[in-house]
Write a protein that binds this ligand. Sequence first.
Ligand code: HGY
Ligand code: MN
Ligand code: MN
Length: 401
Amino acid sequence: MSTATELLTAIKDVGTDPARGGYSRHGFDTSELELREWFTAEAGKRGLEVEVDRNGNIWAWWGTPGPDALVTGSHLDSVPGGGAFDGPLGVVSSLAAVDVLQAKGFQPSRPLALMVFAEEEGGRFGVPCLGSRLLSGATPADVALNLKDNAGNTFADAVKAAGLDPSRIGKDSEALSRIGRFVELHVEQGRALIDLDAPVAVATSILAHGRWRFRFTGEGNHAGATPMGIRRDPMLPASQLILSARWAASSVDGARATVGRIVPTPGGTNVIASAVDVWLDARAPNDGRTRSVVERITAAATQAARDEGCELTVTEESYGDTVHFDASLRDELSEILGTVPALPTGAGHDAGILAAHVPTAMLFVRNPTGISHAPEEHAEPDDCEAGVEALAKVLEKLAAE
Ligand code: HGY
Ligand code: MN
Ligand code: MN
């Protein structure tokens, strides 16, 4: 029997990132493959039958795989320089919850599966929740297979190297049909549980959110030999995009817009860039507001590109409308757990993708720093155990029905 903290400690040295701090564990890279092996071994120790579906999502079955299963789980990959809890806390908590239930001799009366989804953060191939999007058909196979990482490897290359068949990537209706209900435990990515002084909450909704790539093209040239008046420097409209993200989102209630990734070509200190790629992450409480923020930013970027004699192409790389979790399942969890807070979240999750297909709920565990997607992300051992206890209660009740 292991606690969540003990299980997290077992993987604490996998995928550490000395340059950025925190962890860089990305879809099918060495560290994530090591974590997959670790999870598979831990599931085996608990007598769970492990299989990997055609899209690289792991399913660890307690009982014979079958329809109307109760499924829980999360992801093991991280953002670049991410924290230790975003994803892994949900995975280790599902293992620890199985320990709690097996220790009391519980036997599920329906199939129960623990899942690890592939490439949830999109940290390598750019599309978040890629494993659950492929499983559900939200992302077509051909789009996914041609996604490239920074080194130019395609998703097809990566899944092939991981032992999967690229020709089988794509919507998996049979696997999806096995899921009766899905519950994901996740570290809270915010401060609500600090302010409410509570260790665990249930989720109500996820902001509508998407990612857009803005490519500015100008004229590469010499930094010293090119007079200022004849430049077509794509860095100028790129900087306007970054500034407009701040004012556009700040003027729309509940909206957020972020530029965290910018890649100039060729990227030399003494070189005027010939092109600049800028990725925008925009989110808001509904589709209309999200779209209006992106429109304002795009208008400002388009004007700035024109003023600098640059070209601009904008590509929507992913988008998901507001997620409202299943109210009756959420209420059932609240009933099982007693009065726990019900919180919205600004963070996307595989549970958000599955919510369009099956009744889905989430549990959040207090994060005393309120910070996520950074090394400061944290959850105290006692709160982790409160999360395991909550998840075990939920699994016991829902798997007994
Ligand atoms: O970006 C998100 O909200 C999630 O962490 N993938
Ligand atoms: Mn995340
Ligand atoms: Mn996550």
